[in-house]
Design a protein around this ligand. Sequence first.
Ligand code: THU
Length: 161
Amino acid sequence: MVNKEIVTFVKIYDSIEELAIEDRELVNSAIEAVDRAYAPYSNFQVGASVMLKNGKVLTGTNQENAAYPSGLCAERVALFYANSEYPKVAVETIAITVKNKNGFIEYPVAPCGSCRQVLLESEIRFNQNIRIILVGTKSIQIIENSKQLLPLHFQKNDLNK
Ligand code: THU
């Protein structure tokens, strides 16, 4: 038996001002996006903004439904939108933030398991790390790739095993 340790690296910033200009712009587009969420059931409005390798920025917001499981998270809306508009272009970075009934969250929240799975497939499909910027008003976290959020993952090649 071997005990294996799996480590995740997270860069933590106190403010958006500490980020590089292109990251700051991406964060601002996620902040602007939250008001386009359709979240009448949870009042948890999520904005996700993706930077593509061709320089395009696309946003997604969570879309809820009275039949709750029919809704979709902001991250997957943004990624699927990007991959359907630009099927040959890799996503380089995703910025995510949340506004709830108290305003913008102070400390960031990380993507749900299903969104991590979709991030991972996009990363593998284009052989391009996706940087993940999680945004709160008091703290910002940057994770350099989605494998770190889903280290023991299921992927395409596993289907041939
Ligand atoms: N949500 C997201 O958009 N992203 C996540 O990673 C977690 C949850 C949405 C789904 C639902 O509309 C609301 O937040 C509450 O779960």
